[in-house]
Ligand binder design. Structure first.
Ligand SMILES: [Fe+2]
Ligand SMILES: [Fe+2]
Length: 412
């Protein structure tokens, strides 16, 4: 993207709204090249011949609505970032777009909201210096959930007395469902504008009726049957993510972090390898070869990914959840979990916890289906402020947490 201006197209059938946006965004004209269209048909013709980075569309328009417009963009120009700008009265309609739009903004919009969403999406793209791969990420609308978990959630929701707490307990075990719920609640449209990185809080903000519509009617989750091999890989990955999440939680607790940060650490652990799910679902054949290469050459999987694709699952996952509007304190540790030295901040923080927990989880529960894991980056851990003594304490705590989780599994 370098020095070129970001090109953004705004589509809204009401001329007054477009005028308002034009006025509001005037101060951005040195950084952005803005196009406005009051006719979705004309917008499609323009998009088919002009380069564009971001489309911000109204939902309710005559003829072609925002959903159909963004569907066209997704199918024909997958690299373009898709944002819905919608009035609250269009909530039913906007729900239809939850699998198509990357972000949702509510009307009336303010400069900060639009600026924040666009700048963030553009900045995140720089995580992946490969247009083909960023297109793959932008195309993702759903990630797979094991059918057993998916069925559990839908049957819970069909029960009239479904408790949000019980629902949260199931959703929290699955990276795909968790990331989707956080995507929705962190949009100004469905939730509020403050960062939410807890599933329980997300469910409380969305409310049971919205959740029912999103899951049962709009099908925001995908629980299709897969081949036995695919299922085994997804299970192995989920097991690794769950253990990493437990270890992150234990380490954050050991550091006496506040409750909210402990929850964030736990979510970061659960979502850290979501990039692997993207690879497995979008380019399964290529990814299988990369995992095999990691095993044959005994090199860490992320290095094999770099060799083949010049990026890794860490950046891919961070790009997706960032594009979906998840808070930066989750996105950043995920982006750097295999190369923590590349992060400019060197202190004991969420990244230190995630890097440590991920390696510890692989040592405690190795699985060939997941390729070879790296070792601790001791140089980084030291520069972040961990002494050798601390490292031993952290390792012992991880071991203890792992054993406790095993005991709990046998008891249940
Ligand atoms: Fe990873
Ligand atoms: Fe991992």
């Amino acid at each position: 993207m370098s020095d070129e201006k970001t090109r953004i197209l705004f589509v809204d059938d009401e001329p007054n709204i477009l005028q308002g946006l034009k006025r509001m965004l005037r101060s951005m004209r040195n950084e952005w090249e803005l196009e406005f269209s009051s006719d979705p048909k004309e917008a499609i013709t323009w998009l088919d011949k002009e380069p564009c980075d971001v489309v911000v569309s109204d939902m309710r328009m005559p003829g072609i609505d925002g959903c159909s417009l963004l569907e066209h963009v997704k199918d024909n120009h997958p690299h373009i970032i898709r944002i819905i700008l919608s009035g609250y009265s269009d909530q039913e309609l906007a729900m239809r777009s939850t699998n198509i739009a990357h972000q949702f903004l509510s009307k009336p919009s303010n400069l900060e909201g639009i600026k924040g969403a666009v700048e963030r999406s553009i900045k995140l793209k720089s995580y992946i210096n490969n247009d083909a791969l960023s297109e793959i990420v932008a195309e993702v609308s759903q990630l797979p959930t094991p059918p057993s978990l998916y069925n559990k959630v839908t049957s819970m929701l069909s029960n009239e007395n479904c408790a949000l707490e019980d629902l949260g307990t199931v959703i929290k075990t699955d990276p795909s469902m968790t990331s989707k719920i956080l995507k929705l609640v962190n949009s100004s449209f469905f939730g509020n504008s403050s960062d939410i990185s807890s599933v329980d809080e997300a469910l409380a903000v969305l409310g049971i009726n919205t959740i029912k519509t999103l899951i049962l009617t709009v099908s925001i989750f995908s629980g299709e049957d897969r081949t036995q091999k695919e299922e085994a890989k997804l299970d192995a990955l989920l097991e690794h993510c769950a253990l990493t999440s437990n270890l992150c939680e234990a380490l954050a607790g050991h550091l006496k972090q506040p409750r909210k940060e402990i929850e964030t650490a736990s979510i970061t652990g659960l979502l850290h390898d979501i990039g692997k799910i993207i690879f497995e679902t979008q380019v399964p054949k290529d990814y299988h070869e990369i995992v095999q290469k990691s095993l044959d050459a005994q090199i860490p999987l992320f290095e094999a990914e770099y060799e083949a694709l010049q990026t890794s699952h860490a950046e891919m996952g961070a790009y997706l959840i960032g594009l979906w509007g998840l808070p930066n304190n989750i996105v950043e540790p995920i982006a750097f979990h295999h190369s923590p030295k590349n992060c400019s901040v060197q202190e004991i923080n969420g990244l230190t916890i995630l890097h440590f927990a991920n390696v510890a989880a692989s040592k405690l529960k190795p699985n060939d289906l997941l390729g070879v894991e790296q070792d601790y980056d001791l140089e980084y851990l030291k520069s972040a402020g961990l002494s050798e003594e601390d490292i031993k304490t952290w390792e012992a705590l991880c071991q203890e947490t792992f054993e406790e989780s095993l005991n709990q599994q046998t008891a249940s």
